[in-house]
Design a protein around this ligand. Sequence first.
Ligand SMILES: [Zn+2]
Ligand SMILES: [Zn+2]
Length: 322
Amino acid sequence: MTAPTESVAAEQRPRREAPKPLTAGTRPYIAQALVYLFVIVPLLALIAAVPFAWGWGLGVVDISLAFVFYVLSGLGVTVGFHRLFTHRSFKTNRTVQVLLAISGMGAVQGPVINWVADHRRHHAYSDREGDPHSPWRFGSSAAALAKGFWHAHMGWLFERDVTNAERFAPDLLKDRVLARINKLFPVWTLASFVLPAVLGGLITWSWWGALTAFFWAGLVRVSVLHHITWSVNSICHMIGERPFKSRDKAANFWPLALVSFGESWHNSHHADPTCARHGVLKGQLDISARLIWMLEKAGWAWKVRWPNEQRLARISVTEQQG
Ligand SMILES: [Zn+2]
Ligand SMILES: [Zn+2]
C-alpha cells in the first residue's frame, strides 16, 4: 500500500480559523494535456470504431440495447447507490429500493454496500489522507498529478484494502433485504452480460445477434459506464469550476453532465452532499434529479432534499462569514 504523501496531508491540515485559498495556482500544461490525452483519446477511438464496425457486428439492435442497459445500470448507480443509499437524499418504498439496487449492480462497480462504504469514506476524507481515490494523493507536480489521475480514476480499484462497511455503512448492513441483494452480486453481474445477449439473440433470432449484443450492450457498455463513473472521481476532482464552498478540490465539469446523468456537478455535490439535485444552478442538466422528481410525482419518493434558498446560501462562496 502506498502511504499518502506528507505534502497532501500537511497541506490540508490547517483548520478553519484561517482557511487557505481553495486552489493553489494552475496546473502545469503538461499535466493538463495528459489528463485530456488519457481521457479523450481512448473514448474517441471507441467512437471512431463504431462506423467501422457498423454492418460488421454492430447494428441498431446492439446500439439500442447498449443504450437501454447504460441508462438502467447508470441510473441504478447515480440515483440508487449514490443519492439514495449513500446520501439518503430522498425516501422511497421497498420496491423502488430493490429495483435501484439491482439495476445499479448491473454497472459492475462492486456490491452496493461496498460502493456506499467507499463513497462515504471518500466524502469523509475528500482529498485528504484516508480518501480512497484522490487525484491529489501524491502531490501537485505534473508527475504526481499524472500518477494521481491514474490512481483516482482506476488504480485505487486494484488496492486490496477493503473499506470497513461496519464503520461506513452499518445502516445498510442491518437492512436484511439489501444485504441479501448485496450478497447476490455475482448473479447481477452475470445477468448484466447475459440479459443483453439473450435479448439480442431473441430480437434477431440468431446466435450472431446474441454475440454482438453481448459485446456492445454487455462489455462495451459496462466499460463506457465505468469510465464515466471513474471520471467523476478523477477529472471532477481536478478540472472545472468551483462555484460553491467545499473542503476539497471537487469541481463542476460540464462536458460530462449528460453522460454522467448529472453527477459531474461535483463541486455542488461536495458542498451539499445530501441534496437530491447536483446541478443546482440554472441550465445544469441533471437527469438523475429528473428521475427522482418523476418518482416524487408518482408518489414513490418523498422527503426529497431539493435545493432551496437556505441550502444554497449555506454553501455559497459569496455568503458573509458568520
Ligand atoms: Zn468526489
Ligand atoms: Zn457523493
